[in-house]
Design a protein around this ligand. Structure first.
Ligand code: CTP
Length: 408
């Protein structure tokens, strides 16, 4: 981040009870050096008052089009912004934004902003699922706005369902990643992405399993960055202990068989499928119903059977010729040679090959790779944060997507 000239974030606050969580989001922005202008709607101030926003942002709150009119706030705030982040985005606020209604300072700002706009909706499940809301969300996404799917969980009152505002830490990460793109267009807008992440565990008995060292970081970084490029993200997560990326629809699985089921249930509607999960090649032929006990006669061998090759199944069952399928390959030696052979064998469009072992790739923050293309291309991605690698992978994917307007 440029500390001399830190990014200008407009934090639009809608009238929802989740506004209290947005105080924490604001703190994260200001503490990491961003300048933040809070623009609450008039009704939002019923939930969290002006003094709180002013104190946490270190700036007067901009709430009305009639305040400081000589500064033309209804135009200037949007024009100056590097990012507009609306949280909680209510059904009403998104309806107005989708239809270009500008009846207060925040909705005016949404019309004048030319920077990336993120909406973090929070509302009751019925309101989120209503066709009117879904149509408005689709309109906003098609125009390049980033609309994060709400989380599933406890809502106001005693009910639970989809509609909860994601955690402030995850929202902040989304904002940080969008800013890091420096205003580049949301080139995955309107695309549905299916990502598998983590490592499968193959049960031996109720307490033991055969597993691997995958932390899920690379898959989660792919999910978080795809969201910031406008994609709708389904994340099939195998044994990952990381916080969910804000806006992703996460399904949790344990074994390879469960992962296969979850992936096959979603792949037909996906534009892009990325198999970043480390899938165990073998599983115990049987999982003992109770904990295996020592018998005093030494260990008994565990018979293994082969797991289905999910990536191979996905490429063989492509629902459309233009679906882009990306595989990962973890290799310890002869990386390129094995990678080329694997790409051909699996039939995917891109294979991200990284060298593992001796502290490389698994569980680390950084990663490096070479991405092999079915077209014979090879792209080196130098060592760097997993989010950067993820962004380079999305660049390569985006270049292979069929454009809806031209058919190519
Ligand atoms: N994969 C899969 N199903 C499996 C095994 C792997 O879908 N049963 C996917 C992984 O998600 C990854 C790719 O295939 O995208 C390559 O995984 P890797 O473990 O490197 O390859 P393997 O198929 O296991 O080949 P090998 O054992 O020869 O290295």
């Amino acid at each position: 981040m440029n500390t001399e000239n830190p990014p200008e974030v407009v934090l639009g606050v809608g009238a929802g009870i989740a506004a209290y969580k947005v105080c924490e989001l604001l703190r994260r922005f200001t503490e990491s050096g961003h300048r933040v202008q809070v623009v609450p709607t008039a009704e939002a101030l019923r939930f969290v008052g002006e003094p709180t926003w002013a104190a946490l942002s270190g700036r007067p709150v901009a709430a009305g089009v009639w305040d400081a009119v000589h500064e033309v706030p209804h135009v200037r705030i949007g024009q100056r912004a590097d990012l507009v982040f609306v949280a909680p985005a209510t059904a009403d606020l998104m309806a107005k934004a989708a239809h270009g209604i500008a009846d207060d300072l925040l909705t005016n700002t949404l019309l004048t902003a030319r920077c990336p706009v993120v909406f973090a909706p929070a509302m009751h499940t019925e309101m989120w699922e209503h066709p009117a809301t879904q149509a408005n969300v689709a309109t906003l996404r098609a125009r390049g706005a980033i609309v994060l799917d709400p989380d599933i969980g406890r809502l106001t009152g005693t009910d639970t369902g989809r509609g909860r505002l994601p955690d402030p830490a995850a929202l902040f990460d989304a904002g940080r990643l969008v800013l890091a793109r420096g205003g580049l267009p949301a080139d995955l807008a309107g695309r549905r992405v299916l990502i598998s992440a983590g490592g499968t565990r193959e049960p031996i008995d109720p307490v033991r399993f055969i597993g691997n060292r995958s932390s899920g970081r690379q898959g989660y970084a792919l999910a978080a960055t795809a969201l910031t490029r406008g994609a709708e993200v389904r994340l099939v997560s195998a044994n990952v202990a990381l916080p969910d990326p804000a806006g992703a629809d996460v399904r949790r699985v344990g074994s390879a068989v469960e992962l296969r089921e979850a992936v096959l249930a979603e792949h037909a509607t996906a534009d892009i499928v990325v198999m970043a999960a480390a899938v165990a090649d073998f599983r115990p032929a049987e999982s003992a119903p109770g904990k295996i006990k020592k018998t005093g006669e030494g260990p008994s061998p565990i018979e293994l059977v082969e797991n289905p090759d999910i990536l191979l199944e996905l490429t063989r069952r492509r629902p459309r010729g233009d679906q882009v399928i990306v595989g990962f390959a973890a290799e310890t030696d002869h990386v390129l040679e094995h990678g080329r052979a694997k790409l051909a064998r699996k039939g995917c469009d891109l294979l991200v090959v990284n060298q593992v072992g001796e502290g490389r790739a698994f569980g680390t923050e950084d990663n490096q790779a070479v991405v092999l293309g079915a077209d014979g291309s090879a792209t080196d991605i130098p060592n760097g944060p997993k989010e950067e690698l993820a962004d380079r992978v999305w660049d390569l994917v985006a270049a292979r997507l069929t454009r809806p307007d031209t058919g190519r």
